[in-house]
Design a protein around this ligand. Structure first.
Ligand SMILES: C[S@@+](CC[C@H](N)C(=O)[O-])C[C@H]1O[C@@H](n2cnc3c(N)ncnc32)[C@H](O)[C@@H]1O
Length: 285
């Protein structure tokens, strides 16, 4: 059996040197926009230690030296970025957005618009945001349609996208879903000892998941959107990067289309073709 160097838990192997941390931070910010201030050093070391254990390197510095070099494969760089993203999400997170969708946006699209809707969850994580959107829209369509819809859900992290495509979640994480929507749109496993539920095919089929890095100069997402959710990701970016990302999102929004940001995110002071219509909800001019 091939022997693997033993990762000893002494500081020189499991800690990152200040010089390497600075190189890593520069790479991650340049590639994914994500800031890594010195206060995140312990968190970064914890995440890199997991990657180190499945590599043939014997220290975090050696691992970073390799992954940041020209010899690294695209897959190794992707694993590094995947490890450094923060993916916290929930069903019905920041519920006021979904109330606004059901009470203001959907009636307008059904009664005054085309009855067709394209939405984009632009930092989708494990898919809970996109499935929440799908439940709210499908439920509205059932009661007050006709309304045809499709959802694009993208993220830079390929690991979370795999989970999102499966659409299987622990029952505890499904608790924020209102009971009536849960019984309609979530299936329990046949084996009831498995404490998980799967989103029904009717909704899974409405969503296309794919990798998209918001740092890209253009977003190849097809026709303009009626609604874009870009929530709880801008906080990881510098202000000038936030401005560019939101400007590119606007390029992909129909006139009159809506953009929702996270409740702690702000575009105050940025020159953008948006007007504020509710807390962190904006409308394309
Ligand atoms: C905290 S989660 C937010 C998930 C969801 N929008 C919500 O509010 O519940 C942030 C997500 O942004 C993704 N992300 C970070 N940088 C990104 C980038 N440059 N391009 C696309 N996604 C990115 C992360 O992988 C992570 O899944």
């Amino acid at each position: 059996m091939a022997s693997r160097p033993i990762v000893r838990d002494d500081d020189s192997r499991t800690r990152i040197s200040p010089r390497m941390f600075a190189r890593l931070a520069e790479f991650v910010e340049g590639h994914a926009g994500i800031k890594l201030p010195a206060s995140k050093q312990a968190l970064v070391e914890g995440r890199l230690l997991r990657l180190l254990r499945s590599s043939s390197m014997d220290s975090i510095d050696a691992y970073c030296e390799h992954v940041l070099s020209a010899r690294a494969s695209a897959g190794q760089r992707r694993d590094l970025i995947n490890a450094l993203t923060t993916n916290k999400t929930d069903f019905f997170r920041e519920p006021a957005h979904f109330e606004y969708l059901a009470s203001r946006i959907l009636p307008e699209i059904v009664h005054d618009g085309s009855g067709r809707m394209r939405c984009w969850s632009a930092a989708a994580s494990t898919g809970m945001e996109a499935y929440t959107l799908a439940m709210v829209i499908a439920d509205y369509a059932r009661r007050a349609g006709p309304l045809d819809f499709e959802i694009l859900a993208t993220d830079i992290d390929t690991n979370v996208l795999k989970e999102a495509r499966r659409g299987v979640y622990p029952l505890a994480s499904l608790e924020p879903v209102p009971t009536q929507l849960r019984s309609r749109y979530v299936q329990r496993a046949r084996d009831l000892r498995r404490l998980e539920g799967r989103i029904v095919p009717e909704l899974r089929n409405r969503i296309a998941f794919g990798r998209l890095n918001l740092m890209e100069p253009r977003y190849p997402v097809g026709d303009p959107m009626d609604l874009i959710l870009c929530r709880n990701v801008l906080i990881y970016f510098e202000k000038h990067v936030q401005a560019k990302v939101v400007a590119r999102l606007c390029d992909n929004l129909k006139p009159g289309g809506h953009l929702m940001l996270g409740h702690s995110e702000s575009i105050t002071g940025l020159d953008l073709p948006l007007k504020s219509v509710a807390n962190t909800v904006f409308r394309r001019l």
